[in-house]
Design a protein around this ligand. Structure first.
Ligand code: OGA
Ligand code: NI
Length: 348
């Protein structure tokens, strides 16, 4: 009995029935192709070049919105020009690795379920559908402005707050920069998204090896309820996007961020940009750790297609709605939707 109690929930030979999805929700064919045509945008080449800005918007349109953005890695490739400015704007690999390591440590702690800080979904509290669990653990907390919400973050491991702050400072710079490029690409005025991207949420997932990935999922198919999401997935696979009715794998690229256009940007762009459906499948032998940062409008922001994108030829496809209405209606952050909205509101 003792052995059982001390072992990890995922340390099992067969998939426990609590994780077995009903047939219609199972992942189906797991031999999806890895897509190497997902646009990879080299941010070091983008600076101020209209063509590159257009390329970002084109990639977002054609590919149902997934971009892999290269941070410029000194020495990564001679063919990628690395300018000084981009190195200065790039996210140092060390900060990313430190963040991954501290999150790994957090998820490995046996005491994490007793944490009262942050919102933690463990295997026993994380429900998918009809009382079935997802094969993952998840930690969520607000993260902008950092100094206003750091008290809501785990303080164990002791360096958690320091390491995650350092990571998020970089992510916030990068996300603003990407939003600026997108606004330029859409023909919106500079700074269009600045006031709209003040609410950010960190969501980290760990997906341990799974005895039978064909019967369960790490995350159900969904679109992100954000403006954009920056996702770091390390070296592991498992993320799939729906393209032309088929699930395809988004292969991990060293030191790359996946940028996902969220529902709010789809609305603001009047569907010039599309939010892609994605999910995570499990692996029998790999542990996947991911860090998503959702860049969201604040709860009271009214989200509607940008005026300059609406005309007689292209009428508005959406009625204006406050972001909080959207979130509540769609239960966008699961069982913590209300708690997260309240935390965000009390900050303003
Ligand atoms: C999400 C998400 C993917 C991942 O948190 O919305 O899609 O790899 N995460 O954890
Ligand atoms: Ni997502």
């Amino acid at each position: 009995m003792k052995e059982l109690k001390d072992s990890k929930w995922f340390d099992v030979e067969y998939l426990p029935k609590e994780y077995i999805f009903s047939k219609e929700y199972r992942p189906g064919n797991l031999d999806s192709p890895v897509c190497d045509s997902i646009p990879v945008i080299d941010l070091s080449k983008v600076n101020g070049h209209v063509n590159s800005v257009e390329a970002i918007v084109k990639a977002s349109k054609e590919f149902g919105t997934y971009l892999n953005l290269f941070d410029s890695i000194p020495g990564y490739s001679d063919s990628i020009p690395v300018t000084k400015q981009v190195i200065n704007h790039g996210i140092p690999e060390k900060k990313v690795n430190d963040a991954m390591n501290v999150l790994k440590e957090f998820f490995n702690m046996s005491s994490k379920e007793t944490h009262t800080k942050g919102w933690i979904y463990t295997n026993s509290t994380d429900y998918a559908k009809d009382g079935v669990h997802l094969w993952r653990e998840n930690l969520k907390h607000p993260c902008h402005p950092i100094e206003d919400c750091i008290h809501l973050w785990p303080d164990n491991p002791t360096r958690y707050q320091e390491v995650i702050s350092a990571y998020l400072v970089e992510i916030q710079k990068l996300s603003l920069r990407i939003l600026e490029l997108i606004s330029e690409g859409l023909g919106l005025k500079s700074g269009y998204f600045k006031d709209m991207s003040e609410v950010q949420l960190l969501s980290s997932n760990i997906y341990p090896p799974c005895p039978d990935p064909s019967l369960t999922l790490g995350i159900l198919p969904h679109q992100d309820p954000s403006l954009i999401t920056l996702l770091y997935q390390g070296q592991s696979n498992g993320l799939q996007v729906m393209k032309d009715g088929q699930w395809i794998n988004v292969g991990a690229i060293p030191n790359a961020f996946v940028v996902n256009i969220g529902n709010q940007l789809e609305i603001i762009s009047n569907e010039k940009l599309k939010s892609v459906k994605h999910r995570v499948v499990n692996s029998t032998n790999e542990t996947r750790l991911s860090i998503a940062t959702f860049v969201n409008p604040s709860p009271d922001t009214i989200i509607e297609p940008a005026k300059v994108l609406v005309n007689e030829m292209e009428p508005s496809r959406y009625t204006p709605k406050q972001y909080k209405e959207y979130v509540q209606y769609n239960n966008a952050f699961g069982e913590y939707t209300v708690a997260i909205q309240n935390a965000l509101r009390s900050k303003n």
